[in-house]
Design a protein around this ligand. Structure first.
Ligand SMILES: Nc1ncnc2c1ncn2[C@@H]1O[C@H](COP(=O)(O)OP(=O)(O)OP(=O)(O)O)[C@@H](O)[C@H]1O
Ligand SMILES: [Mg+2]
Length: 402
């Protein structure tokens, strides 16, 4: 096999991926957001079905959608009401939904989903979290810090076509170089999922691993101060007023970019698969993390604190005895930090991922309804737990124990 062969392979794979996406996302060629019926809308608005129907009568007064589909002459086209995602979120926001109303002095929460072991479900969890929080009425920004761009793909983008200016990379470039920017605002793009915006990820992010330490070295040589860990944190400052949640997906590595994410975060969500090697990796992860953090502390002088840390068992096969044993170990290792939520290993996600779908994208599950329900309940619970921890520990809301 020559390099030319590999180049041909690269072209072939890219074309194939484009064709697959065109077939999967018919007829628009892009990802489509789900629609919601009146029962689903009522649940998201935390109302009974009957109460929701009464509220729907007020739709014209409030400038909200009635969900009744009519033709040009006002004739009903369908017996059932149907709401687009955008209309649904407008209703949820109007009625308050299940969200906390942040005060102006409470900045949006930055949550990093991270762990340096690959394939533990970080991206699936980060993306679902972003979607789930938006369904509560929150405004969410998703930041893809992984050069693989998987979160970007799940949010309907094409990582192969992402431009540098849509990513974090311009902030890492030296100030003298073309394309450098200090602000992240210009990198934000809307997604097919109304309520979730994205800063995309692409292979261009690898450049940050070169430029961030280079800038630190140059600054030191010139006797200037440049803390490579603070680049994202500074850029997020003006953005945190705009978004309730900023969810960062990270690659399976402890790199300069991932350390930027941890440094900018209010909270860390760490998915662990209940198996020996995953637990072993987690020990090394904290080892390296604390080493890097102490270097950073010396550089920055600011004491860094986190509002919460959540260890979430992921890809759990609960019916297996060794898995139950490993879950006990996880609790022994991580005690109070282990969340009550657990994400099961489920066909729903396996099947969904062939169509670049999360549990929240699925309109009609082809398969066992109970399997879907179980997955949906697990993700809803995780979203609610993340929100509760943030409300209690970051926004300091008094919430009575359920
Ligand atoms: N709970 C689950 N049940 C079934 N399949 C899952 C589950 N979580 C993730 N997967 C599948 O496992 C694979 C890896 O998931 P994902 O990409 O979220 O992991 P990751 O930790 O982000 O990986 P990486 O470290 O490469 O970024 C994907 O194919 C995904 O569809
Ligand atoms: Mg990932």
């Amino acid at each position: 096999m020559t390099l030319d062969d590999l180049e041909a392979l690269d072209e072939h794979a890219t074309t194939m991926m484009e064709r697959i996406k065109a077939a999967v996302f018919k007829p628009t060629g892009g990802k489509n957001a789900p629609t919601f019926n009146a029962t689903q809308l009522a649940a998201l608005c935390n109302r009974t079905h009957a109460a929701m129907l009464r509220l729907l009568d007020k739709a014209p007064e409030w400038g909200l959608a009635t969900g009744v589909i009519t033709d040009g002459q006002g004739r009903k086209l369908s017996a059932h009401r149907s709401f687009t995602l955008e209309e649904t979120i407008d209703w949820v926001r109007h009625l308050g939904g299940l969200r906390y109303e942040r005060r102006d002095d409470q900045p949006g929460a930055v949550v990093t989903v991270g762990f340096f072991k690959g394939g533990v479900g970080k991206t699936v969890i980060a993306t679902s979290l972003a979607q789930g929080l938006s369904l509560k009425g929150y405004k969410v920004l998703a930041i893809d810090f992984d050069p693989q761009g998987s979160m970007t793909a799940l949010l309907g983008g094409n990582p192969a076509a992402v431009e540098q200016e849509e990513t974090f990379t311009p902030l890492a470039l030296p100030p003298t170089s073309q394309g450098h920017r200090d602000s992240l605002i210009e990198s934000i793009r809307p997604t097919y999922w109304s309520g979730v915006d994205v800063v995309a990820g692409s292979t261009g992010l690898f450049a940050c691993e070169f430029y961030l330490p280079l800038r630190a070295m140059n600054a030191q040589a010139e006797g200037k101060r440049f803390n490579f860990l603070e680049v994202l944190q500074r850029a997020l400052d003006p953005i945190r007023a705009e978004y309730d949640y900023i969810i960062i997906d990270t690659p399976p590595a402890l790199s300069y970019t991932t350390m930027n994410a941890y440094w900018a975060s209010d909270a860390i969500l760490m998915p662990i698969v209940p198996e020996g090697l995953s637990l072993q990796s987690s020990v090394q992860f904290w080892n390296m993390f604390t080493e890097l953090a102490s270097t950073a502390r010396q550089l920055s002088g600011d004491p860094k604190t986190y509002a919460w840390l959540g260890v979430v068992p992921s890809r759990v096969e609960a019916h297996k005895a060794p898995v139950q044993e490993m879950l006990k170990w996880i609790r022994m290792f991580y005690g109070e930090y282990v969340m009550t939520s657990e994400i099961p290993l489920t066909e729903t996600i396996k099947t969904g991922s062939t169509e670049f779908a999360t549990v929240y994208d699925i309109k009609k599950y082809v398969g066992n309804a109970k399997t879907y329900e179980r997955a949906r309940v697990a993700f809803d619970k995780l979203v609610t737990e993340v929100d509760l921890m943030t409300r209690r520990n970051l926004w300091h809301e008094r919430i009575e124990e359920a």
